[in-house]
Design a binder for this molecule. Sequence first.
Ligand code: 13P
Length: 249
Amino acid sequence: MALRKLIAGNWKMNGSLGALAELDGIAASAEANPGVDVAICPPFTLIAPAVQRQPGLAIGGQDCHHAVKGAHTGCISGDLLREAGATLAIVGHSERRTDQHETDAEVRAKAEAAIAAGLVAIVCVGETEAERDAGSALAVVEGQLAGSVPPLGTGETLVVAYEPVWAIGTGRTPSVADVAEMHAAIRAKLNGLLGGEGAKVRILYGGSVKPDNARELLAVADVDGALVGGASLTAALFVPIIEGGAAVG
Ligand code: 13P
């Protein structure tokens, strides 16, 4: 089943109020390519100004605390993200799993909190280079899915992003065959975890997606979109990726 593609940008700790000008070209491309969904996840402080600048563009957060509110200095809740105008939240990005030591159970709790707040949760998984070299990439990712996918997730509320850690920000990507193998394994696992909804959950590929490789990666079976870091920071690089998705979508 071909799912509607989602091309999502993760600005990480980059951008500025001035950089929101890039959203104009991105929003124009989203409008010109209605066959794909487009979203940008900027830093928290830029969410409300981003929504104000381009109300038609989906804007997301890069994390979501598992609690509804309380004494959690420096954290952000799903309700606060919603109030700022976000409609999605990335959870369990490998940078947070590493820097903030987030566990699968925490990631699942965050995804559940995001969904409870009315957000679409983008749950990230992916192996390290050592794990791939050891031949355990599939097992690692299946384990992360078992631990971090919310059991009540649906095609409407949940997106999974496969981001091999060694491909993030390195200019390296897995081969098309490796992406196909991993996405098929993720689909099978989601079918097992979510029953009939498993077939409806979009599986994004992330890690050094650029204008020159986007189309090839997005054409792979069970690649239902992309999660883009560096190349989402400018319309000049992100728009060709949106167009690549639309061409193969
Ligand atoms: P790059 O596209 O910069 O490799 O980052 C990928 C990523 O981590 C998106 O979440």
